[in-house]
Design a protein around this ligand. Sequence first.
Ligand SMILES: CC(C)(COP(=O)(O)OP(=O)(O)OC[C@H]1O[C@@H](n2cnc3c(N)ncnc32)[C@H](O)[C@@H]1OP(=O)(O)O)[C@@H](O)C(=O)NCCC(=O)NCCS
Length: 194
Amino acid sequence: MNRHAFKYFDAPQRTATREFVIRAYKPGDGAALTAAVDASYEHLKRFMHWAKPHQPLEESEKRVREFAGNFVACSEFTLGVWTPDEKRIIGGTGYHLRDGPLPLMNAEIGMWIAGDLAGQGLGTRVLRELLRWGFTDWPWLRLSWWCHGSNAASRRVAEKAGMKLEGVLREHRHDVNGARQDSCVYAMLKSEWK
Ligand SMILES: CC(C)(COP(=O)(O)OP(=O)(O)OC[C@H]1O[C@@H](n2cnc3c(N)ncnc32)[C@H](O)[C@@H]1OP(=O)(O)O)[C@@H](O)C(=O)NCCC(=O)NCCS
């Protein structure tokens, strides 16, 4: 694929396991997103800057439409994690272009899991599926995972999925309270994925 063509490609829209579906957002997904993030506010507020006690439906619908547009434009690949019947959002994830432009074939995986399902291995299984999907149907050559040093669950998920800790950037970012926090950078290369 030449570099110009690679600026735009038909990104895969969906993958499924017996436990969950991971797919691109569509217009109309706003209600499911509001229900998911409202129910998980207490769980999300410690590490997710965007979390707030109530996310109005109109705002969620705007966001899912922006997610869908960015996906088509190949500027950001935000994905929802759904129950197999696609009635409930149980997490959010995506391949984010925060680690260089698209032709470099690097993406950063982000993730949150619904509060009532956290700590049961779901985040690890979703991350493993994103690594598998990302290195097979997607063109990624490097997938990274960035988290605050104090986010023990996030660090553990990256380790369990087989990503390597590449470094700790000291006092690199602000946490939700504005305090400076270390960032841990994990990554897996396509050549390492089995
Ligand atoms: C981080 C997150 C995605 C992980 O998903 P999950 O489904 O809860 O993760 P899993 O159940 O697969 O694994 C969690 C691991 O962290 C461990 N863990 C959880 N909380 C911990 C804590 N406070 N201290 C130490 N370990 C902890 C669990 O014991 C488990 O490890 P184990 O299997 O070795 O026992 C999820 O908890 C989440 O949504 N957190 C809030 C949003 C967030 O922080 N996102 C990540 C941003 S980088």
